[in-house]
Design a protein around this ligand. Structure first.
Ligand code: URA
Length: 211
């Protein structure tokens, strides 16, 4: 029995190569962002491999043939603010028509409850695939609350995409949302006392935005 049945780690050599330079602290900000986008594109390819398709008739220059196009409503990309923004362009390279549903929440310092500060629900959510994106799945707290919010608003088909996951975050997320598949480029060793992933890549938001 797999320890994390909902987790898929992509061991593709291109992803692992790019992740190495993403982890490297000497990688400059511009290259870091480009590599995060590139891994985002490759992970999105993996995540969307089971999208439903329908047959269409096409006239090639030589003859008529049956081909396939993606069926149904646009995929919805859900970047978790703020670091999730860093993977949006990479997914858009692959799925230019996807809708983008920004989601911002923070944890109240006194109640520890998640507070949503930005969210605009999608129309017809039950007919769409939602791809949540956040480079780091650390404790899983904001990912769990974000997925709850999407479900409350009608989402039925949700995937979670990150660069690096910590076992603690995967455990918590899969316990809260056993129906949501997690796609990551790496499963790391664990969290330090400040909830940073080890070995990780540092603070993804800081490295993406330089603040
Ligand atoms: N968020 C980050 O940006 N990095 C970590 O290691 C953990 C959470």
């Amino acid at each position: 029995m797999k320890r994390f049945p909902t987790l898929t780690i992509s061991n593709h050599p291109l992803i692992q190569h790019k992740l190495t330079y993403i982890r490297d602290k000497t990688t400059p900000k511009k290259v870091f962002k480009e590599l995060v986008d590139e891994v985002g594109t490759l992970l999105a390819y993996e995540i969307t491999k089971n999208l439903p398709v329908r047959a269409v008739q096409v006239e090639t220059p030589l003859e008529s043939t049956v081909c396939h196009v993606i069926q149904g409503k646009n995929v919805v990309l859900v970047p978790l603010l703020r670091a999730g923004l860093g993977m949006v362009d990479g997914v858009l390279n692959l799925i230019p028509n996807c809708s983008i549903c920004h989601l911002g929440l923070y944890r109240d310092h006194q109640t520890f409850e998640p507070v949503t500060y930005y969210f605009r629900p999608m129309a017809e959510p039950e007919e769409r695939m939602f791809i949540m994106v956040d480079p780091m799945l650390a404790t899983g707290g904001s990912a769990i609350a974000s997925a709850e919010l999407l479900k409350k608003n009608g989402a039925k088909n949700i995937k979670f995409m990150c660069l690096v996951a910590a076992p603690e975050g995967v455990e918590a997320f899969q316990h809260a949302h056993p129906d949501i598949e997690i796609f990551a480029a790496a499963l790391d060793n664990g969290l330090n006392d400040n909830a940073y992933i080890l070995p990780g890549l540092g603070d993804a938001g800081d490295r993406l935005f330089g603040t």
